[in-house]
Structures are given as structure tokens and as C-alpha cells.
Design a protein around this ligand. Structure first.
Ligand code: URA
Length: 465
């Protein structure tokens, strides 16, 4: 039996060094005990680690290293052993990382996903409070991560708040940045962090900028901002007031046609925070099998916003919407219709790829009503930020997301539909519908109709401008 003592719960380098020696020597995973720090003596005694190999006897794919680096941050006490078991099997099956149906790989993948979500939550929900420190100030935040992500996430905060002096206190450890050096300290308690101060005005500003009283959905709001983080979020204090004043503000918005100028920087910051939040979204089960959230993209002052159905296989891997075959057809059709794609914001009704596995292939499946409804929260926030004049739904799922109810394409396509927030909605087919048509003549006919409808939308935009 071999016993490996790692220096910390996120000691990837220690794990890697020991795992390499064990794997090269062919040590069975059942013969290794992994622990953090020194533990009381092992009842059965233990063998020394095999010697450092002269040279690596086998190489591992980059995908394994990336996954191991993330999954090791999970709080699951079995993570070190699971990763070693996977490494051990990779010796004889170098293609194992491609086998997404493998139960061990799936389990470790799930650990990695949970860690990535936690990392995104920390980035989205850490809120600094300003405190005096001698003649200077320091920004202090309290955060309770689910996994051992604090060290790994430190670089993000250093880059984002490079010129500030800040500390992030967590139960396991604290990190402190003085503008030049990052230091670590012991864990802290919530009461060590200060409450409320002027820097909160900044966050409150962003939050108020994206709050649209006409779209008030208290239930959705509560489910999106996990209660756990509420205590630390200054903008949470705004919610009762915003809700209370919502009806009056809605009436005022309807009564006036002029929209108060909004600062592009605030919109950009609010959009980045929204996107960050969507990266960790678990509002429906689709986040499980998908690789990542595919958020919308385009100018934040775009006069036109297109809604697709959901990312496909290629988008899921590339991390961007409309880059696969349907996206290419869409680009061509926009050019043919004379619509400037660079002025459009493009997003999807559902932000995760839904698929069914068939061998190595991942076959697209349409999202159901519940998944579209769960994801409408993100879509409505994107629309509230971009405030396009025209919104174009591509296909039935997108139309459902835009209108909040099921409609048929035949009955709604090619005509303006007034929307509650003042924008004008349009419905047309989804480009992948054209790709699926087997008959070439029919395909050409439908393509021409699609282009004609996009042209109509482009002309409408010019007329409105
Ligand atoms: N189909 C969509 O609806 N969206 C994409 O991003 C890609 C394909």
C-alpha cells in the first residue's frame, strides 16, 4: 500500500508528481491512499513511492491534464483516487478521453463542471466593501466557495482589480493583493469582513441599469441569484424597492417615448456580469451534458437582435453562437438580404446544446417548453440590455421564447408583431430547417423566401431609423 500526502487540498503539482511515479511503475489504484497533510499512522504500514522515472513511459492527452487541474479542486475526498484511476487506465487506452460514455470519465467530468460553475459564481458574486487602511483604502470581500477554487481564481481578481488593494476572505483561506504581490492568509469568518459602504453604489448602478420594471418576474429573480449569495450582494438590498416601484416605473416608461441615456460602460459591465452568470447556469438539466454555455454576442447597441434555437455541436465546442453550418447559411442569407451582420446581436433561446448521443456523434434534439422557459430569463436580460428596435425569431423555439407562448411559423412569419417592451418582433424559419430539406428545388424556394423575409426586416429597420 502506498500513501501519498499532498500539501494542500488543491495541490495539483504534488498529485501529478506522485501520480506520474505510480503510473509509470504500474501501481494499481487500489494500492494507493491519497490524503491531504499528514494523517495518523496507517494501520497496514505503507510502501515508499516508486522512484522518479528517468523519462515518462507514456504521455497523456492535454484534455486529461486540463480536466485533472480543474477536478482536483472539487471537495469530493475521492477526487485524487478517481483521477489516478483514470490516469492508470489511460496507459492502455490512450483514446479513453474521447469516450464520453465511460462512467469514470463522466464522474470526473461532473466534478470538473461543478468546479467551473463555482469559479464562475465566485467571479460573479464577490462584492468588495471599501475600508480605511491608514491613509489608504482596501477593498474587502467575503465569499463562501463550494470547492477549493480560491487560489486558482486569484489570478482573475488580480487582473481585474490590478490597481486596487483588496482582500478576499473565505472560510478556508484569505488572499490579499497590495497592488504588486499576492499573499495568502488563514481562513476567516464572515464577521471579519465589513458590511455596506460607498463602493456598493457602483454595483447598485449596474443592477438598476439592467432592471426593467416591465419585465418584473420576482420568482425568476429569486431563483437566479442563489439565496446563499444574497447576504453579500449590495444590489439585493435594492430588490424590494425596485419591485415596489415597478408598477409606477412601468407606467412612466409606457407614458414616455424617450429613454434616458445609458452609459455604454455600464451596459458593457452589466453584460459581462450577465454572461459570467450564465456560464454557471443550472436553471435546467441541459447544463449537465453540454460543454459550456453559449451566450449571445454582437454590439450592445445593436438595433436588431436575432434569436436562434440553441447552439449546435460546433457552437458547443467553439463557445460561440452560429459558427456551424446553420450559422454559415444564416450569414450568407443576411448578405443576400443586405442586412449588416456586424450591427446585429445574435443569441439563442436556449444557451446549452441539447443532444442525444449516437456512437461518437451528438445528435441535435429540440429543447422542450420547460427548457425554453428556464432560459428565457437570460434572453430577457440580454434584450433589456441591448434594447433592439427589432427582434427576429428564427424558428418555433425562438418564437416561443420571444412571445412567451407557442405559435406556428406559418401563422406568424413575415409580419411585424408588437412586443411588450416596445420593440417590434418578426418570425421566420430557422436556417437549419433549410439545411434539412431533402428536395433541392424546395430548398431553393424556401431559401429565397427566407432571404425575402430578412430583406423585409432590413428595410423595416431602415424605415424605423
Ligand atoms: N442553431 C442555432 O439556433 N443557434 C446556433 O448558435 C447554432 C445553430
Amino acid at each position: 500500500m502506498h500513501r501519498v500526502s499532498l500539501s494542500a487540498p488543491d495541490d495539483f503539482d504534488g498529485w501529478r508528481a506522485a501520480a506520474r511515479r505510480l503510473a509509470v511503475a504500474g501501481v494499481d489504484p487500489a494500492d494507493v491512499v491519497w490524503q491531504v497533510g499528514d494523517a495518523p499512522g496507517d494501520l497496514f504500514g505503507h510502501d515508499p513511492l516508486p522512484p522518479e522515472p528517468e523519462r515518462a513511459a507514456f504521455s497523456v492527452p492535454r484534455a486529461f491534464v486540463d480536466l485533472a487541474q480543474t477536478a482536483i479542486l472539487h471537495r469530493d475526498p475521492e477526487r485524487f483516487a478517481l483521477l489516478y484511476a483514470l490516469l492508470h487506465r489511460l496507459r492502455d487506452r490512450p483514446g479513453l478521453m474521447e469516450d464520453r460514455a465511460d462512467p469514470l470519465l463522466r464522474r470526473i467530468d461532473a466534478l470538473g463542471k461543478a468546479v467551473r460553475r463555482d469559479i464562475h459564481k465566485m467571479r460573479a458574486f464577490v462584492r468588495f466593501r471599501e475600508v480605511a487602511e491608514g491613509d489608504d483604502t482596501r477593498f474587502v470581500a467575503w465569499f463562501e466557495p463550494e470547492h477549493h477554487i480560491v487560489r486558482d481564481n486569484a489570478g482573475f481578481f488580480v487582473r481585474r482589480f490590478a490597481s486596487m488593494r483588496w482582500s478576499i476572505l473565505t472560510p478556508d483561506l484569505s488572499i490579499h493583493w497590495d497592488g504588486a504581490t499576492l499573499n495568502e492568509g488563514p481562513g476567516a469568518q464572515r464577521s471579519d469582513a465589513p458590511d455596506g459602504d460607498p463602493v456598493e453604489a457602483l454595483w447598485k448602478g449596474y443592477y438598476a441599469a439592467i432592471f426593467n420594471p416591465a419585465r418584473l418576474k420576482t420568482g425568476a429573480m429569486l431563483s437566479e441569484m442563489p439565496k446563499k449569495y444574497w447576504r453579500n450582494l449590495p444590489e439585493a438590498a435594492l430588490i424590494p424597492d425596485l419591485i415596489a416601484g415597478a408598477q409606477a416605473r412601468e407606467a412612466a416608461m409606457i407614458a414616455t417615448t424617450s429613454v434616458a441615456p445609458r452609459r455604454p460602460d455600464d451596459i458593457a459591465t452589466a453584460w459581462a456580469a450577465l454572461r459570467e452568470g450564465a456560464m454557471g447556469c443550472t436553471r435546467c438539466p441541459l447544463h449537465g451534458p453540454a460543454t459550456q454555455t453559449i451566450f449571445g454576442e454582437g454590439p450592445l447597441d445593436a438595433p436588431i437582435l436575432f434569436i436562434g434555437e440553441q447552439p449546435g455541436d460546433q457552437e458547443d465546442l467553439a463557445g460561440r453562437p452560429f459558427v456551424g453550418p446553420a450559422g454559415q447559411l444564416f450569414d450568407t442569407a443576411l448578405v443576400q438580404a443586405g442586412v449588416d451582420r456586424s450591427r446585429a446581436y445574435v443569441t439563442n433561446a436556449v444557451k446549452h446544446f441539447k443532444f442525444e448521443r449516437q456512437g461518437k456523434r451528438r445528435l441535435h434534439q429540440s429543447p422542450d417548453a420547460g427548457e425554453i422557459e428556464a432560459c428565457r430569463w437570460w434572453l430577457s436580460q440580454e434584450i433589456a440590455l441591448v434594447r433592439p428596435r427589432l427582434i427576429v425569431a428564427l424558428g418555433a423555439s425562438a418564437a416561443r421564447a420571444m412571445l412567451g407562448k407557442a405559435v406556428t411559423i406559418g401563422a406568424t412569419r413575415g409580419m411585424p408583431i408588437p412586443l411588450a417592451d416596445g420593440a417590434e418582433g418578426w418570425v421566420t424559419v430557422h436556417p437549419s430547417y433549410l439545411l434539412r430539406l431533402p428536395d433541392a428545388a424546395r430548398r431553393a424556394e424556401e431559401h429565397a423566401r427566407f432571404v425575402a423575409e430578412l430583406r423585409m426586416v432590413g428595410e423595416r429597420l431602415t424605415a424605423l431609423a
